[in-house]
Design a binder for this molecule. Sequence first.
Ligand SMILES: [Mn+2]
Length: 209
Amino acid sequence: MSSNPLTNAAASSRTRTATISRTTRETTIRGTLNLDGRGNAAICTGIGFLDHMLTALAVHGRLDLEVSCTGDLQVDDHHTAEDVAIVLGQLIDAALGDRAGIARYGAAFAPLDESLARTVIDLCTRPICECDLRLVREKLGELSCENVPHVLRSLAISGRFTLHVDVLKGSNDHHKVEAAFKSLALALRQAVAIDPALVGTVASTKGVL
Ligand SMILES: [Mn+2]
């Protein structure tokens, strides 16, 4: 667990961008996000496979995303993977602002060769993550496979949304995780999109998200 995080967030509801710096004794992270981007990614977490997945998320989600992290990788990959996910969730939450006008829901499948993944997302403010990734390897590069669901859970909690990610089939763990992040990208892109029918209001029977 991280201790004493110093977090500074700035967001504009008009531009749907956010910049966050977060420092703990375990990691120092800086991130910027534009929800209405073109898929430009500059990711350097120190964990190559995590960079690969966040780049896929940005490219296929049409997010402009910059993340740099200096973490205690001499311990292991846990703090870096967790804290990068926390910051990414905070960026999404900050960039969404009051969440007025967003489609809110997204659901998408993505294949990668033999693997097929599905993500269903609800950008309500209830942080819940259910995922079943069917991973069998111990690591993908320098990312422990046990940290992949942990990244998704940390992302959903700090981003304050409900996230279901399931790998439906596949035999290659690299493909399974990459399909999962691509389906997340496609679902997130749908959910954050501004729905013209909702401008000035929110997609909720409660009247608030
Ligand atoms: Mn790949």
